[in-house]
Design a protein around this ligand. Structure first.
Ligand code: CA
Length: 228
């Protein structure tokens, strides 16, 4: 959403400038901080609508800054990291980050992630219950229910299920799913969608008597529909 204020906390001038230019071009208002202490000061004095936070910072590191930002507000936080390591992701998400971007990234990728985070924060501020068959999804708590059975979801599982629930009985292609949930184009060979559909099926249909709701459309994608 153009006009929103974004705080960039990044010590590498070249990367900070690259991000700042891209954001300004898209119409965002931007503040740049070169270290964590400065970033926390700006966040306190001029509360941002979103924070882009580098992991490796001099002085206070990104994780510590993330925890302190999170202690003070619910602002969406996108962390930048040089390493694509599952354990790092878990650590960062535990510290309160909402999403991750691994360096190097393209400006398109960055903008797509930012749009996704803003979409998510808008839907979290106006919660609703999405329903399909005996499955329901609370967009406020991000919890799903199969009949009365509560199902906890990870952030990506939630986003994927929300996409299905908002588009029932429509075949969603792999490209659409990838773009809407992961926020950027992919090489075509990634099996990440298959992995997450499997997680969702394990969580939503593992009790005896629970019918399949997320169906594979071979060679195309997936569809949320009743069993035939
Ligand atoms: Ca850095």
């Amino acid at each position: 959403m153009p006009g929103e204020r974004i705080l960039v906390i990044e010590d590498e001038a070249r990367i900070a400038q690259f991000i700042e230019r891209g954001l300004i071009y898209e119409g965002y208002r931007v503040n740049v901080a070169r270290d964590g202490k400065m970033g926390l000061g700006i966040a306190r004095d001029t509360p941002p609508d979103l924070v882009i936070l580098d992991w490796m910072l001099p002085g206070l590191d990104g994780l510590e800054v993330c925890k302190r930002l999170r202690a003070a507000s619910d602002v969406p936080i996108l962390m930048l990291t040089a390493k694509d390591d599952i354990q790092d992701r878990v650590t960062g998400l535990d510290a309160g980050a909402d999403d991750y971007l691994v360096k190097p990234f393209s400006v398109d990728e960055l903008m797509a992630r930012i749009r996704a985070l803003f979409r998510r924060s808008v839907s979290a501020s106006r919660p609703e219950i999405l329903r399909f068959s005996d499955l329901s999804l609370d967009t406020g708590t991000h919890r799903a229910y199969r009949d009365d059975r509560a199902i906890d979801l990870t952030a990506k599982e939630y986003e994927l299920l929300e996409l299905f629930m908002r588009n029932p009985r429509q075949v969603l292609t792999r490209e659409v799913i990838f773009d809407r949930v992961w926020g950027y184009d992919f090489g075509g060979e990634s099996n990440i969608i298959e992995v997450y559909v499997r997680y969702l099926r394990q969580k939503t249909e593992h009790i005896e008597g629970e019918s399949r709701l997320i169906h594979t459309v071979r060679g195309v994608g997936y569809v949320l529909r009743e069993e035939e």
